[in-house]
Ligand binder design. Structure first.
Ligand SMILES: N[C@@H](CCC(=O)N[C@@H](CS)C(=O)NCC(=O)O)C(=O)O
Length: 309
């Protein structure tokens, strides 16, 4: 029988590495659909309606975009062991926000600028297009790497300092989502080649902690063709939604809205607004191939507006 949870991902995506570790931490079996690392991604967008970033989680006809929401959904379905223990959840989310919004970008630009030869052709042109920029040449990439190396080096020692008292995990005695969120940008530095391993070498606590995070593993992925995931969505009915808690400023439930990321990869997902919570938006849409699906986004980092007539 196919596993209940399906992750749409590719190997060198650092956000996918966070999701794989979360699935591993929960000890889960999961369907693993390999998606292309660059647009177009027609099988993925049949499910999401437009969102093209990586990874995406699927359970039947429900689709979760963004690892912040993916982790929360995993936590809801499999509360133990927790990645967001109540006493640490707020701090963990705040550290994750820093890691994914300030630490990650300079590391990505530094590593991609120097490791172009071990990354797929067309990747940089696609990533620049995602930000509305022209395709960079090798010299532009190298300049970006040189500008960003010092920004990465200004932040990596903060991680060593977080571990300075000998604790095993970023927030103390137990792992939290902060460990996964700080780990995946650092993992990206050496995921494809050891060329930049020297950047982490001076930090013994980071090294030992990264080994602990790596040891969490990925659970039990079972490779699945994209067509099977789409057929699973088509055969399923979206799950019942919890009570909605909109704000007065929100578009009305039942209206047609569109959601897109507010930073990069701004392809629109349009559908009928069916659910709102403090940090969640869900749209129902009908797809030719996937049938009726509900696509879930966090609020933070996404832009929700009424669809244009
Ligand atoms: N905030 C998003 C960010 C996801 C993201 O930016 N992922 C990168 C890959 S690591 C991406 O989508 N790159 C373009 C692509 O894969 O098409 C999350 O937490 O999932």
């Amino acid at each position: 029988m196919a596993p209940a949870l399906i992750l749409h991902h590719y190997d060198f995506s650092n956000f996918a590495e966070k999701a794989r570790l979360a699935l591993g931490f929960k000890g889960l079996d999961w369907g693993a659909v390999t998606i292309p690392p660059v647009a177009p991604k027609p099988d993925l967008t049949a499910l999401t309606g437009g969102y093209r970033r990586t990874p995406v989680l699927q359970a039947g006809a429900d689709i979760w975009c963004d690892t912040r929401l993916i982790v929360r959904e995993l936590e809801r379905r499999h509360p133990a062991p927790p990645l967001l223990p109540p006493a640490l959840a707020a701090q963990a989310e705040a550290i994750a926000w820093w890691a994914e919004n300030r630490l990650m970008r300079p590391i990505t630009l530094y590593a991609s600028g120097l490791n172009g030869d071990v990354l797929p052709p067309g990747l940089q042109a696609d990533r620049s297009a995602m930000r509305g920029l022209p395709a960079p040449d090798a010299a532009t990439m190298l300049r970006a790497a040189r500008r960003n190396a010092p920004l990465a080096r200004a932040q990596i020692p903060l991680v060593e300092a977080m571990l300075a008292d000998g604790r095993d995990w970023i927030l103390g005695a137990q792992p939290t989502v902060a460990d996964l969120a700080v780990y995946h940008p650092l993992w990206f530095l050496t995921a494809r080649t050891q060329r930049l391993a020297f950047e982490l070498a001076p930090f013994p606590r980071i090294g030992a902690w990264m080994e602990r995070v790596r040891a969490i593993g990925h659970g039990r992925p079972q490779p699945m063709p994209a067509a099977e995931a789409i057929a699973i969505a088509r055969a399923a009915t979206p799950a019942a939604l919890p009570p909605t808690t909109p704000h007065p400023e929100d578009p009305p439930l039942g209206s047609i809205v569109r959601v897109r990321a507010d930073d990069n990869g701004q392809e629109l997902t349009q559908g009928i607004l069916v659910h709102l919570a403090a940090d969640e938006i869900a749209l129902r849409r009908e797809d030719e191939r996937a049938g009726e699906v509900v696509v879930h986004f966090p609020r933070l980092g996404y832009d929700l507006r009424p669809a244009r007539a």
